[in-house]
Design a protein around this ligand. Structure first.
Ligand code: G6P
Ligand code: 1S3
Length: 603
């Protein structure tokens, strides 16, 4: 029984994000990977709210069908009685948290009055906005109704803390404050809308940062509604946070408030008990990449796969924000140096992103299919020779080895010769794997810097304008396996609030390049001194111009290509040993502080 002297109430944490059961980008990774650590602390007092998109939810959501008398179950029932369509169940991910998903259709017919209210109370302009904004307004309204009912019914016994991620989840937040609803609120911005646009379009963005007029710029880029929602959420939350000091610098200018706290992003890290296991996986998946490379290049010319290094970059197509321009420039310089030095090492660089395409380039597919055919034929020959050799050896009275050539049928001989002949071409291996709808900055830059896969080039480019998935016939690997098979991840971003990609390398024991303008790079520089020695290279994009940064990156790559295999193996061990720092069980404490602060301020 609760003591009459006890002043502590039960606490319930609700996290709200557009990407709950709805993968779009990086926030999905934040929420999903964090769940096990959150459930460990909050147990049943943890709930997630998201939008309901049946096609997406089908694979990850399981409804609760039995009666549920918890405050969540009661609130869901109340909302349904009021006519809202609400799904309540479990998110089928590690940790199995409870989720409430809102069918946005149920408020579509009220959208105009919701928007009018937001204009009256908060001067939020939403006329003529794109459909995504309308959807987020519908979502925000249902979140607001849910939290209001929850607090009205149960705030006497429970302290509620609602944590909103990004503007897309947060259109209801200002009204919770306005209506004095008994919920403590945290708002986390994972990037600012204006930062994203301006970094991409204004040269010298960081130097000009303090002088931007947020409203003028928001109007100029046609994102006044989104920027205003972001601003209202930041100003009205009890605790305002972001993911890195890098993004914190933008917040004062664009959102009118300095973040109270910075919450760095982590992952749910499961390390192998045996340290050599991740090294073995590197060798295993590198084999798949070798196969792709043979199919892609060897029909024209070949090189020594034992002396080939695989670099990659991956991310959404923001050409300069993600540093693709810098990466290509540095590779062109590296190529020149390696040629000058007559090196026999080859670097294959995979540029992985998403751009509109019609199909995989038929020639690339055809070449890959012929290579598979060559492999099949070789395996048949191997079986035939093996069996015949066995018979010959068993029945022979002498000790001499029979002529192996005589064991291969003419049929297989001819088939092998024909396949190899029709495979060989004079065409240079294409630098893009897909038939793009149109030329883009990447193809233009590759052509301009003449990185077009000539035989003499030591750096080869494979631009793959689609994300890696195991269903992809070229690699037959999922993204995680692909990362493991590579030697180095290259992510020298110019605008990157956090950036999961280098961290995803680290936890798989793959060295990586990041930049001091990315949240991850900035964080590493704060917590570690010998990061470079441990396989995390940070390009200085704060004080250097493009040309200087390209030189620094070229130097990093140049040093990397001259490392011995033994050094690479040791470096992989060192980088993998950092992984634990980023486990959510360690980084959750930042979130705990944010929630405690909001609850204290709400009292
Ligand atoms: C792992 C394996 C070694 C292998 C090496 C290849 O460390 O345990 O057996 O030789 O990877 O490394 P590399 O950097 O050349 O791909
Ligand atoms: C944002 O996603 P993005 O790739 O649009 O949020 C991510 C999670 O916090 C972050 O890692 C990334 O830098 C941001 O840009």
């Amino acid at each position: 029984m609760e003591s009459v002297f006890s002043t502590t109430k039960r606490k319930l944490l609700i996290e709200i994000a557009w990407e709950v059961c709805n993968q779009v980008g990086g926030i999905y990774t934040v929420i999903r990977s964090k769940v096990p650590a959150m459930v460990e602390k909050w147990d049943d007092n943890y709930l997630l709210l998201g939008p309901y998109f049946p096609a997406k939810a089908a694979a990850e959501f399981e409804p609760i069908t039995e009666p549920d008398e918890t405050e969540i179950g009661q609130t869901v029932r109340k909302m349904r009685q009021l006519g809202y369509e609400v799904e309540y169940g479990y998110w089928l991910i590690t940790g199995r948290p409870r989720v409430v998903l809102f069918n946005l259709q149920s408020v579509t017919d009220q959208l105009d009055s919701i928007k009018a209210g937001l204009w009256e109370r908060h001067k939020l302009p939403t006329l003529g906005v794109e459909d995504l904004v309308n959807q987020t307004i519908a979502f925000g309204e249902m979140v607001r109704v849910f939290l209001t009912l929850l607090a009205e019914g149960h705030a006497k016994r429970v302290d509620f803390c609602a944590h909103f991620h990004e503007w897309m989840a947060s259109t209801g937040l200002p009204d919770l404050r306005h209506d004095n609803v008994k919920v403590a609120t945290v708002f986390t911005t994972h990037a600012t809308m204006l930062g994203r646009y301006l970094a991409q379009n204004v040269e010298g963005f960081y130097g000009k940062l303090p002088f931007f007029d947020w409203l003028k710029e928001a109007r100029h880029y046609g994102i006044e509604a989104q920027a205003t929602i972001e601003r209202l959420a930041a100003i009205n939350s009890h605790t305002f946070t972001t993911v890195s000091d890098v993004t914190a610098r933008e917040c004062e200018v664009f959102l009118g408030r300095n973040p109270d706290l910075v919450l760095p992003n982590g992952l749910n890290i499961t390390r192998f008990a045996a340290t050599h296991e991740f090294q073995n996986l590197h060798v295993k998946y590198k084999e798949n990449i070798h196969e792709f490379v043979m199919g892609h290049f060897f029909h024209n010319y070949s090189f020594d796969l034992e002396k080939t290094l695989y670099f990659f970059t991956s991310g959404r197509f923001e050409f300069s924000n993600k540093g693709y321009d810098l990466t290509l420039e540095a590779l062109a310089r590296l190529n020149w140096r390696m040629r000058e030095a007559n090196m026999d090492t080859t670097v294959v660089m995979f540029m992985v992103t998403k751009q509109p395409y019609r199909s995989i380039n038929p020639e690339v597919l055809h070449s890959r299919a012929l290579l598979d055919e060559i492999r099949d034929t070789c395996e048949n020959i191997e079986t035939q020779v093996g069996e015949r050799l066995f018979h010959a050896a068993a029945s022979s009275s002498q000790n001499t080895l029979p002529d192996l050539n005589s064991f291969v049928d003419d049929y297989w001989r001819l088939r092998l010769r024909r396949t190899v002949q029709s495979w060989k071409t004079k065409q240079l291996p294409p630098f893009v794997t897909h038939d793009l709808v149109q030329e883009d900055d990447m193809t233009r830059f590759i052509r301009q810097s003449n990185l077009v896969n000539n035989e003499y080039d030591r750096v080869k480019i494979v631009y793959h304008p689609d994300f890696i998935a195991s269903t992809n016939p070229l690699f037959k690997l999922d993204y995680s396996q692909f990362v493991r098979g590579c030697h180095l991840g290259v992510f020298p971003s110019y605008y990157e609030p956090w950036g999961y990609t280098p961290l995803e390398c680290v936890v798989r024991g793959i060295p990586t390049v990041t930049s001091d303008q990315s949240g991850f790079g900035d964080f590493i520089m704060q917590i570690m001194r010998d990061y470079e020695n441990r396989g995390i290279y940070v390009v200085d994009r704060r004080s250097q111009n493009f040309n200087q940064a390209a030189d620094q990156l070229a130097n990093i790559l140049w040093r990397f290509v001259r490392m011995s295999q033994r050094d690479r193996i040791q470096q992989r061990n060192r980088v993998e040993s950092i992984a634990e720092v980023f486990d959510w069980t360690n980084l959750r404490s930042y979130y705990d502080t944010a929630h405690d602060l909001a609850l204290k301020r709400r009292k």
